[in-house]
Design a protein around this ligand. Structure first.
Ligand code: ADP
Ligand code: TRP
Length: 363
């Protein structure tokens, strides 16, 4: 059994769309079935951009609800059975994250952070260094701390996060080199404190395009299909999805390639088949579409129905969780306890390795 860790930042409004599901949550669900899984709501990371108390609170609550509804909808037989195999917690509930970040600051060259895409992209716009807070600049350091504390084998993330994992590996390597430890573990006399994590980015869903068919699905671009919104909103989002602009009448032969309705149908076409594999109904519709025997409205209706069916369990779980906050609190309490134990152990090793432990130590 491997250990994996990931996190989602409660940015935007905290709600998840099908791009987040395919690019992130679906991997968590699949991997959690056979691996030890740590998932955090990265609320400290959200502070870099959200500096409105009520908004941060709302976003964090929304993300917790959305994520738990998806995870439990697929993994838990009932909400009362909790979340097997997954340690789910809020980053800010485990103080070791900021403590480790503070120590990692000292083994990280300034240049490494200056090369980070997120920071460079910000500067490339009409923003100057005066407008960028240090939290945003050191975002990758906090993320490195998030990861290294739990010594995971794998970090499932979207493609946009790949560089952050590379930076994490770089920082871990530097720390291990500067501070080789003499901890005796399983007979070996020398052992690195940190394990170098591997990113896990499945190619076929690395970037899910939005309903405009052009850009990455993203809340800020208004090209999403929601998971937990009212049915009418989801219907509108599906109806506005980009299909084949060369097709004027339903009787014209249509294109499947680049047609977002079929791209989404490949994933959600029939919930009874395993994810990503095509099924007879979708193949039939594609064939008919190519021959001009089925209209856009009909395939869109099928997508809409498929999505509601696919997420039916999650949507029901969502409603149940809204009315039973004590279930959420219990999951977070258990998750935090487990996360603190693991993070605390790593911090003991870190303090020892860097020389913060001495003859006058209190512990
Ligand atoms: P958004 O861009 O909608 O604000 P976030 O940046 O908060 O989404 O992303 C949360 C998680 O979902 C991350 O792991 C990210 O890589 C993944 N993700 C977001 N949008 C997509 C997408 N269009 N395709 C694939 N993965 C995505
Ligand atoms: N930065 C990630 C994102 O925006 C979220 C995140 C925070 C994360 N800490 C993490 C992801 C640790 C993986 C591991 O999507």
């Amino acid at each position: 059994m491997k250990r994996l860790l990931s996190g989602i930042t409660p940015s935007g409004d905290g709600s998840l769309h099908i791009g987040n599901y395919l690019g992130a949550v679906r991997q968590f669900i699949e991997l959690a079935k056979t691996n030890e899984t740590f998932l955090m709501v990265a609320d400290l990371h959200a502070l870099t951009t959200i500096q409105d108390k009520a908004m941060l609170q709302k976003n964090t609550e929304t993300l917790i609800l959305n994520e738990l509804a998806l995870l439990m909808g697929e993994l838990s037989p009932s909400t009362s059975s909790g979340l097997p195999n997954i340690t789910f917690f809020r980053q800010s509930d485990v103080a070791e994250h900021t403590e480790l970040q503070s120590i990692l600051n000292n083994v990280t060259p300034l240049g490494l952070l200056k090369r980070a895409h997120a920071y460079k992209d910000k500067l490339a716009g009409d923003v100057t260094e005066e407008d960028i807070n240090v939290g945003l600049f050191s975002y990758p350091m906090l993320m490195a701390a998030d990861i290294l504390l739990y010594k995971p084998d794998l970090v499932p993330v979207g493609k946009d996060q790949k560089q952050h994992i590379e930076i994490t590996r770089d920082i871990a390597g530097r720390f291990n080199k500067i501070y080789p430890t003499s901890l005796k573990l399983r007979g070996a006399s020398k052992k690195n404190v940190f394990k170098l994590p591997e990113p896990y980015i499945p190619e076929e869903v690395a970037v899910v395009l939005g309903t405009d068919g052009k850009r990455k699905m993203s809340k800020s671009l208004g090209n999403i299909i929601s998971i937990f919104e009212d049915e009418e909103i989801i219907r509108k989002q599906v109806m506005s999805t980009y299909t084949d602009p060369t097709r004027i009448h339903a009787s014209d032969p249509g294109h499947i390639e680049g047609n977002m309705v079929f791209t989404y149908l490949d994933f959600f076409g029939d919930p009874s088949t395993s994810l990503g594999t095509r099924n007879a109904k979708v193949d039939e519709l594609k064939e008919a579409y190519r021959k001009g025997k089925v209209g856009d409205i009909e395939v869109k209706n099928y997508l809409y129905e498929s999505l509601l069916k696919y997420f039916d369990n999650a949507r029901q779980t969502y409603r149940e969780l809204v009315s039973k906050p004590e279930i959420i609190k219990k999951i977070l309490r258990d998750g935090t306890e487990k996360a603190r134990a693991v993070a605390g152990q790593t911090m003991t090793e870190v303090r020892e390795a860097v020389g913060l432990v001495n003859r006058y130590s209190l512990g």
